[in-house]
Write a protein that binds this ligand. Structure first.
Ligand SMILES: Cc1cc2nc3c(=O)[nH]c(=O)nc-3n(C[C@H](O)[C@H](O)[C@H](O)COP(=O)(O)OP(=O)(O)OC[C@H]3O[C@@H](n4cnc5c(N)ncnc54)[C@H](O)[C@@H]3O)c2cc1C
Length: 262
């Protein structure tokens, strides 16, 4: 099975600055990590490869520093990693991101399954996976908590608010995964060192034969108008003294809240 995992590097901290003019995140100088759901997608891909053979390729669109997160995916066991890094793709909305990732998948060719996280923890739209399926004209399953492959079909358990659902699609398909699907493996030191030396291909938009009007700010009909942090509530109280007294005080507060709420 040839599996492609889409991985986004996200800021490690929530204390990020926003460019006042473009309203895009300023990622330069901010430590990046693999989007947590994408780590689950890498793990799911590795487990499928272990069961069925094949190859896992991790792709990302982002600034040059996203290479570090791709190395983490290689250390986990991915076979290959490719970074699309091009100043002209900065400011891409989900439409432009899914276009660019679809061009990367097309260039790779011969792909059975594309795995994404259910959402990125910075942009939080959850639109890129479904957008990518639409761009490629293939089936999609979102919010997968389990996947099995047999006879060219993929069966997934989906987790919804009040129930689970089992659905089946013919491959190729795009599947987005939730945290509970697995526990991502911790790469050993040997694999980390090996990944540090690995070659990571860097592609530009030119390598993709991409239409420049469909990517970056120019190709993005969605613009972020305003970004601001939620108001922080103040007025907390720090308890001190014997544990029993502190527990009693907390219990009194909860009781009071309960009565106040009727
Ligand atoms: C505060 C803020 C608000 C935004 N609001 C919007 C908005 O309302 N509408 C809009 O169109 N754009 C918005 N954007 C831009 C958006 O973050 C980018 O388009 C981003 O590249 C993809 O969207 P996402 O982060 O929401 O990803 P999601 O759709 O949440 O990501 C789902 C999955 O797609 C894959 N993926 C996503 N991005 C990449 C990537 N660059 N490389 C590889 N795989 C990837 C990953 O597997 C990820 O888990 C916003 C950005 C910010 C910072």
């Amino acid at each position: 099975m040839n599996i492609v995992v889409c991985m986004k590097q996200v800021p490690e901290t929530t204390e990020v600055r926003v460019d006042p003019e473009t309203k895009a995140l300023i990622r330069e100088g901010v430590k990046g990590v693999i989007n947590p759901f994408d780590e689950n997608a890498v793990e799911a891909a590795l487990q499928l490869r272990e069961a069925h053979g094949g190859k896992v390729t991790v792709i990302s669109m982002g600034p040059p520093q996203a290479e570090e997160s791709l190395r983490q995916a290689l250390a986990m066991g991915a076979d290959d990693a490719i970074l699309l890094t091009d100043a002209a793709s900065r400011g891409s909305d989900t439409l432009a991101t899914s276009y660019t990732l679809a061009q990367m998948v097309r260039k790779l060719g011969d792909c059975d399954l594309i795995l994404c996280g259910k959402q990125a923890i910075d942009g939080d739209t959850g639109q890129v996976g479904p957008g990518l399926a639409e761009r490629l004209g293939i089936s999609q399953i979102t919010l997968a908590i389990g996947v099995e492959v047999s006879d060219g079909k993929l069966r997934a358990r989906r987790v919804l608010d009040d129930f689970f659902e089992v659905v089946e699609v013919k491959l190729p398909a795009v599947v987005t995964v939730v945290k509970q699907i697995n526990e991502p493996r911790h790469p050993g030191m040997r694999n980390v060192l090996k990944a540090k030396r690995a070659e990571i291909a860097k592609w530009s938009l030119e390598d993709l034969d991409a239409d420049p009007t469909q990517t970056g700010f120019d190709g993005s009909p969605t613009q972020v108008i305003e970004v601001w942090p939620p108001e922080r509530r103040s007025g907390g109280k720090t308890l001190e003294g014997p544990v029993e007294d502190m527990v009693r005080e907390i219990a009194d507060v909860i009781k009071e809240m309960h009565f106040a709420a009727g």
